[in-house]
Design a protein around this ligand. Structure first.
Ligand code: ACO
Length: 322
C-alpha cells in the first residue's frame, strides 16, 4: 500500500510590514480594536507588481530545497489561490514555467481559505492511487488586491503570503485522513461579487472587493470547526490528547482559541501566526505549518491536525503524522 507523506515545507512573506498603527492612519480604527477582535498586530503586503505567482515561487523553491528534490522530480503541481495572477492560465501553470518543470499536470484549486486543505487532500489521492509520486502543493495569495482599503471592517483582516509542501510516497501513512465539505447556500456571507461572467462591470470598475457579514461568518466558523475536529478524531479512532499540534486556518485568534478549547488543547499546542501574518486565506495553513516545522516545534512523528473554513462556505481538515 502506498501512502502520502510531507517531505518538506517552505514559506514566503513579502517584505513590506503594515502595522495596525499604519492602518489607523488610513481608516478609522485602532490597534486596540483590531487586536482585541482578531489578534492581528501586523500583516505583509506585496509590492506593486509582485504577484501571487512571485510569492508561490519563493515558497515552492524553499519547499523543494527542504525536501531535497528538484522541480524536475515533481509530477503534480497544485496551487490553492483565490487571487490568481490571471484568469487563465492557472497560477499552477505559471509556477510550473518559473520552476522549469515540463509535462506534470498543473492546476489551481479555488476553495478560498480552505483551498490548501482541498489541494493537499487532492494531492494525497493522486499519490495513494499511484497517479503521482511527488507533488508540489502551494497556497498563495495577494489578498491585498481584493481588499477595499477604505473599508475598516475588512481591510484590517487580510495579508499576503505563500506556503508550500512537497508530498511524496511512503509505506506508512503520513497523511492519515482528509475531510472536505462545502455548502454553497452560504455564498453571499463572504464573497467577492465581481467576476468574469456574473458581474463583469465590477471587475472592469476595479471594485471587486471582499464583502463579509463578519458576525455570521464568525458563528458558523466556530460551530463548523468544532464538528470537523470531531469528525477527524472519530474517523481515525484517535483521542484528543493524541493530537500534538493544531495548525488552523489563521483568520482570527478568537476562532482559533475556541477550536483549541474544544480539543482540550492548550494554546502552546496551537500554531498561531495570524498576529504577524493576518489572514492570508489559502496561504495561511501552509505558512503556519512551515513556521512551526522550521522553528523545531513540529517534529517528525508528531500528529498534526490542520483545519480550515472559508468562503463558499467551504471547510475541511487533514490529520497527518509529520
Ligand atoms: N476598527 C474599529 N471599529 C470597527 C472596525 C475597525 N477595523 N471594523 C468594524 N468596526 C465597528 C463596526 O462599525 C461596529 O460599529 P457599530 O457598533 O457602531 O456599528 C463595531 O465595530 C462592531 O462591529 P462588528 O462587525 O459587530 O464586530 P465584531 O465583533 O463582529 O468583529 C470581526 C468583526 C472581527 C470581523 C468578526 O466578526 C470576525 O472575526 N468574524 C469572522 C470573520 C473572519 O475572520 N473573516 C475572515 C475571512 S473568513 C475566514 O477566513 C474564516
Amino acid at each position: 500500500m502506498t501512502f502520502a507523506r510531507i517531505l518538506g515545507t517552505g514559506g514566503y512573506l513579502p517584505d513590506r510590514v503594515v502595522t495596525n498603527e499604519d492602518l489607523a492612519r488610513m481608516v478609522e480604527t485602532s490597534d486596540e480594536w483590531i487586536v482585541s477582535r482578531t489578534g492581528i498586530r501586523e500583516r505583509r503586503i506585496a509590492a506593486a507588481g509582485q504577484t501571487t505567482c512571485d510569492l508561490a515561487e519563493q515558497a515552492a523553491r524553499a519547499a523543494l530545497a527542504a525536501a531535497g528534490c528538484t522541480a524536475q522530480d515533481i509530477d503534480l503541481i497544485i496551487v490553492a489561490t483565490t487571487t490568481p495572477d490571471r484568469i487563465f492560465p492557472s497560477t499552477a501553470c505559471l509556477l510550473q514555467d518559473r520552476l522549469g518543470n515540463h509535462g506534470a499536470p498543473a492546476f489551481d484549486v479555488q476553495a478560498v481559505c480552505t483551498g490548501f486543505i482541498y489541494a493537499l487532500a487532492t494531492a494525497e489521492k493522486f499519490i495513494r492511487s499511484g497517479s503521482a509520486r511527488k507533488a508540489l502543493v502551494v497556497g498563495a495569495e495577494t489578498m491585498s488586491r481584493i481588499v477595499d482599503w477604505t473599508d475598516r471592517a475588512t481591510c484590517v483582516l487580510f495579508g499576503d503570503g505563500a506556503g508550500a509542501v512537497i508530498v511524496g510516497t511512503d509505506s506508512e501513512p503520513g497523511i492519515m485522513s482528509s475531510h472536505l465539505h462545502a455548502d454553497g447556500a452560504y455564498k453571499d456571507l463572504l464573497t467577492v461579487a465581481g467576476g468574469v461572467s456574473e458581474h463583469p462591470e465590477i471587475l472592469r470598475e476595479g471594485t471587486a472587493h471582499v464583502l463579509m457579514r463578519g458576525n455570521e461568518v464568525f458563528r458558523m466558523a466556530v460551530t463548523t470547526l468544532d464538528n470537523i475536529v470531531e469528525e477527524s478524531l472519530q474517523a481515525n479512532g484517535l483521542r484528543r490528547e493524541e493530537v500534538r499540534w493544531l495548525v488552523p486556518h489563521q483568520a482570527n485568534t478568537r476562532i482559533i482559541a475556541a477550536t483549541a478549547k474544544r480539543l482540550g488543547m492548550s494554546m502552546d499546542q496551537v500554531v498561531v501566526t495570524v498576529d504577524r501574518h493576518g489572514n492570508t486565506s489559502g496561504a495561511s495553513i501552509p505558512l503556519a505549518f512551515d513556521v512551526a516545522v522550521r522553528d523545531g516545534r513540529i517534529q517528525r512523528g508528531d500528529i498534526v491536525l490542520m483545519e480550515g473554513f472559508g468562503g463558499g462556505f467551504t471547510w475541511g481538515s487533514i490529520l497527518l503524522r509529520y
